[in-house]
Ligand binder design. Sequence first.
Ligand SMILES: NC(=O)c1ccc[n+]([C@@H]2O[C@H](COP(=O)([O-])OP(=O)(O)OC[C@H]3O[C@@H](n4cnc5c(N)ncnc54)[C@H](O)[C@@H]3O)[C@@H](O)[C@H]2O)c1
Length: 195
Amino acid sequence: MTDGGRNLVYLVTGGCGFLGEHMIRTLLEMEPRLKELRVFDLHLGPWLEALNPGSVQVTPIQGDVTRAEDVVAAVAGTDVVIHMAGLVDVWGQNDPEVIHRVNVQGTQNVIEACVQTGTRFLVYTSSMEALGPNKKRQPFYRGNEDTPYEVIHTEPYPRSKALAERLVLEANGRKAMLLGCIHWQLESWAPDPPQ
Ligand SMILES: NC(=O)c1ccc[n+]([C@@H]2O[C@H](COP(=O)([O-])OP(=O)(O)OC[C@H]3O[C@@H](n4cnc5c(N)ncnc54)[C@H](O)[C@@H]3O)[C@@H](O)[C@H]2O)c1
């Protein structure tokens, strides 16, 4: 990454979601090297119009992570991709195939687009759901991605997050890529259970 001046192009997939909007506002506030901020989402939020980005170019991109061509077009020319697009389904309400397509195939599309277009930095938003449940109720104390932990996934959403996380970790080092995985832990947000 080149230091100094505004010369970095960031892409946030799922940039109009709950976490995505916070990421967009945080980058605008705290990344002094930001030149262009691409906001990629299936549904663009009206709040984008009201942003005050100063000299940063905000580029809204309506697209679908399951469509490889949408992803390649959005990723091309970026320095950093923050992949947050996903189908969040802690209550098992969606078709498992759709969850897999969006969360796993979508992540694969993002990885391939980075490799293909030469984007070196990819941050993936994983989930604590990828870590559990552990059927033996063993504690997970001060662990990291390398901590052995016997996880048995029975639900589609946690399984999809675990599979996608593995894809990201396995892709680390491919061509010129440096990837990261984020586990959102204790203070993560979840919607109210359906009534
Ligand atoms: N909110 C949490 O506490 C939490 C915890 C752990 C992990 N995560 C992960 O963080 C990410 C964002 O979560 P969130 O809470 O902001 O969810 P969210 O549902 O608010 O946002 C997800 C965004 O992804 C977009 N999206 C869905 N399918 C898409 C597709 N096919 N193509 C492009 N965009 C698509 C949606 O339109 C939405 O704007 C997800 O990957 C989720 O698994 C969230």
